[in-house]
Design a protein. Structure first.
Length: 228
């Protein structure tokens, strides 16, 4: 049996400590970016958020901008680490595969009693599709954000057309990020996915659940063909 499986406690390691740290740094910094982005509009003063005790700073553009920059450093740094670290390890578990879209439709149908779920590997097909979608959203946010930051800090006379384009891209993907976040939360609320919630916090999920819903992953892991 591999070191990832604890038969006695009925647990299996789904995410390493590094993966959990990546997830939460990106999630929390992304949330701060989202909130401070709204505050810069100015959302806080218009809707009286700044009148809430302890949130008076939210209507100060310079303060919210600096907090936004600080969160962006964490967000960009962690994203870069994620790409470099997993490329170096050769991790391909979340890379979309042929047939993922069709399998995702099959999963959705199964929620309504129309057929059964296919046999899963470590990640669900919709998780792989969502991963590449979120990666693209994050990339566009980062690139457009870098243009806006460069303009603010080093090139105040940057072409208006470039700044406007970067701003529109940033705002559009800002909305897409929020929608993707809602979809992410919605996905873990669905009953068959709820056992995965534990893994987000502890890195481990129930072994009996994994054997039933992720048999391909368990088979390969127990054979020693995967590191988990």
């Amino acid at each position: 049996m591999t070191r990832h499986i604890d038969e006695e406690k009925n647990l299996i390691v789904r995410h390493t400590k590094i993966e959990l740290l990546e997830h939460w740094l990106i999630a929390l910094s992304g949330l701060v970016l989202f909130v401070t982005g709204l505050f810069e509009m100015p959302f806080a003063k218009r809707y009286y958020i700044s009148s809430v005790p302890g949130l008076g700073w939210s209507e100060d553009y310079i303060v919210t901008l600096n907090v936004h920059y600080a969160a962006a450093i964490v967000f960009v740094g962690t994203s870069l680490f994620h790409v470099i670290y997993h490329l170096a390890r050769g991790d391909r578990g979340l890379i979309p595969r042929k047939g993922d879209f069709k399998a995702s439709l099959q999963v959705i149908k199964s929620f309504f009693g129309a057929g059964e779920e296919p046999r899963f590997d470590k990640y669900l097909p919709e998780q792989r599709l969502a991963y590449i979608g979120m990666a693209f959203i994050n990339f566009m946010l980062i690139m457009s954000g870098l243009v806006k930051t460069y303009k603010n800090l080093y090139a105040p006379d940057m072409s208006y057309g470039i700044v406007l384009t970067a701003t529109w891209i940033h705002n559009i993907f800002f909305v897409l990020f929020f929608l993707a976040f809602l979809a992410h939360i919605g996905a873990i609320v669905i009953k068959p996915n709820r056992p995965l919630v534990r893994g987000i916090f502890t890195g481990k999920v129930r072994l009996d659940y994994a054997r039933v819903r992720h048999p391909i992953w368990l088979e390969e892991l127990e054979k020693g063909t995967k590191d988990g």
